[in-house]
Design a binder for this molecule. Structure first.
Ligand code: XIL
Length: 475
């Protein structure tokens, strides 16, 4: 008997580190959540627990129970890859619930119980794909066989990379030299802020297109393309949406909008804006920055209120409203391999399978103190190119405030970094656009000391400018 107990103990001890080291154990993150002693709490009827993404797995186990005085019974709706994968009854005692869904890459739960119920989620573990093996890298096609096809030869570039910049409407009106420098040097315009939801829908259901229309007219008159930025993002959402959601998170009381209402708001915004500019805007960033560096979904108003499927819903609405537009997912910090790049890859592969996505933007906000290598950027682009989507460097700037040396030294390093990214983009035929986030150090979101752009404050080209032109021409 004693021997048997010892064996059981040893088996348990062996299993714990395997879970802790990512044979699957990942912390669950809750949308409207508090966290205590590693137990996460989800309150109310609509809160979502954000899933993890990235590697394929065959299911999850989670210890769960309901809490709250008036809370006896409830159910969690288990979501695998954004779809309903089952309903589990949950009571007030701890129980381990198991959900199996082969080839799953994301998992979440939604609580269905009286509004004052809380769902406590204790240990949560992924069951890696293929039983005891390490979880496999995400495969581009759903249940495709494990055999990897021989890599196809990379296609040759057939068109030059489009060079663009973010433009800010106030500077366009104000600073002499600003418009001229943009027009003389760039062929694509991204609105830095003017097409974000807070700008376009300042009051519920009331749209204000004045400033965005002016930017569109400016681009069209001057023969520039427009890259639409951005339809759905947790940030720069209007106050009537984001503050209501923040209040709900703080108090846990009464969600301001039901899940259905929030979905209706999302669909209305996406379809109104894409339909309005269907003639003028060829590419849209449909969703921005949905994921975190560890590859889980980023908490925020859309995830909390709708669940991870808000991403697919946004793409569906955009596709329906403007079937000709190319639809992009845009991410920060995913420019080289790692958990975030893996998660973006999995998400894009899923959307691609449904025919909902055409392009991926890598923002490329770089600090000169921690530059990526050309090989790392190129390899990441090559990997995404296998998904058959266009790739964009969508918001590049290189902050030099954290490196030593005089201006000449710092700008030379900045030029080297812009150059290596431009070369990496040129080297991968799927990389079709290279956009800088602003173009003059006189107008940058990073503040005065960053001097992150290829033209100085007086609109003179810095070494970075030649490095970009050379890199994009393949030299
Ligand atoms: C920035 C703008 O440049 C700022 O003016 C604004 O205050 C905040 O947003 N990722 C994005 C961009 O996708 O929209 C952000 O732009 C920079 C980071």
């Amino acid at each position: 008997m004693l021997r048997l107990a010892l064996i059981v103990l040893l088996v348990l001890l062996a299993a714990v580190p395997a879970l802790a080291e990512g044979r699957g154990a990942v912390p669950l993150r809750a949308g409207a959540a508090g966290q205590k002693d590693a137990v996460q709490t989800v309150r109310g009827g609509t809160a979502a627990v954000a899933p993890t993404r990235g590697a394929a797995f065959d299911g999850v186990t989670a210890r769960m129970r309901l809490a709250g005085r008036r809370c006896r019974r409830g159910a969690v709706v288990a979501l695998a890859d954004g779809r309903r994968a089952g309903v589990r009854r949950v009571g007030t005692r701890w129980r381990t619930h198991r959900l199996r869904a082969r080839g799953t890459r994301s998992f979440g739960v939604r609580l269905r119980a009286p509004a004052r119920c809380s769902l406590l989620v204790g240990r949560f573990a992924l069951l890696p794909a293929g039983g005891e093996r390490e979880a496999a890298a995400p495969a581009p096609a759903g249940d495709a066989p494990a055999e990897a096809p021989a890599p196809a030869p990379a296609p040759a570039r057939t068109a030059p990379v489009v060079l663009g910049a973010a433009v800010d409407a106030a500077s366009l009106d104000g600073a002499p030299g600003y418009a001229g420098t943009f027009l003389a040097n760039f062929s694509s315009l991204t609105a830095e802020n003017e097409m974000k939801m807070e700008a376009l829908q300042p009051r519920p259901g009331q749209y204000d297109f004045k400033v965005a229309d002016r930017l569109v007219a400016f681009a069209k008159t001057n023969g520039k393309r427009i890259h639409g930025h951005v339809l759905i993002w947790n940030q720069q959402a209007p106050r009537w949406l984001s503050e209501a959601s923040a209040l709900e998170q703080l108090t846990g009381e009464g969600a301001p909008y039901s899940r259905d209402e929030l979905l209706a708001i999302l669909r209305d915004h996406v379809s109104t804006v894409t339909a309005r500019y269907a003639e003028d805007i060829g590419h849209w960033d449909v969703v921005n920055e949905a994921l975190t560096p560890d590859g889980s979904y980023k908490p925020g108003l859309w995830l909390d209120g709708i669940g991870p499927e808000y991403v697919t819903e946004a793409f569906r609405a955009a596709r329906a409203a403007d079937p000709d537009a190319k639809l992009c997912y845009n991410e920060i910090g995913a420019e080289v391999a790692g958990p975030l790049a893996d998660a973006v890859f999995g998400l894009v592969a899923d959307l691609r399978r449904e025919g909902l996505i055409d392009c991926v933007g890598f923002q490329m906000h770089v600090s000169a103190a921690t530059p990526p290598s050309q090989d790392a950027v190129r390899q990441n682009l090559e990997r995404f190119a296998t998904l058959g989507v266009e790739l964009h460097v969508s918001e590049m700037d290189v902050d030099v405030s954290k490196i030593a040396g005089d201006d000449a030294t710092r700008f030379a390093e900045q030029a080297r970094i812009f150059g290596l990214v431009a070369r990496a983009c040129h080297a991968v035929a799927a990389c079709t656009r290279f956009t800088t986030w602003g173009f003059t150090d006189a107008s940058t979101w990073l503040g005065e000391t960053a001097r992150p752009l290829p033209f100085d404050g007086a609109f003179q080209p810095k070494p970075a400018w030649n490095a970009i032109l050379a890199g994009l021409s393949g030299s």
